[in-house]
Design a protein around this ligand. Structure first.
Ligand code: SAH
Length: 339
């Protein structure tokens, strides 16, 4: 049976109409699920007995549990067990502008980025949209504040699970449900170019982040196999087309890897690559992980890199250090659990 959190408002409306129920019940159901947060159809007291029975016969509440939480100052990392015994992770980050949650989109990942823990386990399966949504619901339950921002930057490549991703966005964006504004949602991709084109057409003001991590094909090919299919030229063309169509500033993520992509020359080449593009660069101090040999660049190297980009008029920030203690980098908590 289908997870009840898999359905968008339109899916519910269709289901109701097909079953001779009133369409407006859809928003009542969404209200019970996402505003009142009940976990049983029988508690939806403004629905008829017949409708409750119909829902019970067709949908289930997901069997997903938080089984571990690691906490640091402003960040909590959750290990979540899925109904089939697979594990995923979600991370909650406290910012001055609100509470942001980072969710997973797949069990494992097929992108095989050399520095990334998630990719060491190949993709087992996609998460359904409801499994993505329910990560937010689970954390909502243990949090006394409202989640205001969502980033799809956990385990998995969201653009390798596109249809479910778009439904997920639709569900959390619904204004009488969880109601996360589009501009508060960010999707991060390693650069699956055809999906960038699909993404620009969804007609929502969702943010796009690109894991660039290298200024040249020579370096990028070594650390990100996706670059052998969609190289930097193709990627940048897609980003420029995206900007033309959406007029929404793009974020480039750039992990600082010692001796790999962090030289002053790399910074100069990166600045040249991004010149004139409406973007901002997020320099990320690499989160070292015991299973992989890469090292984090020294702070001085990161600052020099930052200065060069600044001087070249590229908007740049250095990511605040979240969760180095709590193994918050993509896939690290699960890697500890599933040895
Ligand atoms: N597949 C998507 C989203 C998940 S990864 C993507 O590639 O964008 C989210 C971000 O974390 C990516 O930028 C990824 O490159 C980065 N990342 C992975 N491992 C990391 C580590 N150990 N330290 C810092 N960032 C890491």
């Amino acid at each position: 049976m289908k997870n009840v959190y898999d359905l968008t408002i339109t899916d519910f409306e269709e289901f109701l109409i097909n079953n001779n129920e009133k369409k407006y019940r859809a928003s009542q159901i969404m209200d019970w699920l996402y505003v009142k947060e009940v976990k049983k159809f029988s508690l939806m007291t403004n629905l008829s007995k017949d409708l409750i029975k119909l829902l019970e016969d067709n949908f289930i509440f997901p069997d997903m549990k938080i089984i571990k939480e690691e906490k640091d100052l402003d960040v909590s990392k959750f290990l979540i067990k899925l109904f089939d015994g697979n594990y995923i992770e979600a991370v909650l980050m406290h910012h001055d502008y609100g509470e942001s949650i980072c969710i997973s989109s797949q069990v494992g990942c097929n992108m095989s980025c050399a520095f990334c823990e998630s990719g060491r386990l190949k993709k087992v399966r996609n998460l359904t949209s409801g499994e993505m949504v329910y990560q937010i619901m689970l954390i909502n339950n243990v949090l006394d504040k409202k989640i205001t921002h969502v980033v799809v930057m956990g385990i998995g490549e969201p653009f390798d699970n596109f249809e479910n991703l778009i439904k997920f966005i639709d569900i959390i964006n619904y204004n009488k449900g969880i109601n996360i504004g589009s501009r508060h949602i960010t999707v991060s991709t390693c650069g699956v170019v055809p999906r960038i084109y699909d993404f620009m057409k969804i007609g929502k003001e969702v943010n796009l982040a690109i894991s660039l991590h290298a200024p040249t094909d020579e370096i990028r090919n070594k650390i990100m196999p996706i670059n052998k299919i969609y190289n930097i030229e193709k990627l940048m063309k897609a980003v420029k087309d995206y900007l033309k169509m959406t007029n929404r500033r793009v974020t480039f993520e750039y992990i600082m890897l010692k001796g790999i992509n962090d030289s002053k020359e790399d910074a100069v080449v990166l600045a040249k690559l991004l010149r004139g593009i409406n973007c901002y660069v997020n320099l990320i101090p690499y989160n070292e992980t015991e299973n992989i040999g890469f090292k984090r660049s020294d702070m001085k190297t990161i600052l020099d890199f930052y200065d060069i980009l600044k001087k070249e008029k590229i908007t740049v920030t250095i990511r605040r250090e979240f969760g180095t203690k709590v193994s918050a980098a993509c896939g690290q908590l699960r890697a500890k659990e599933v040895k």
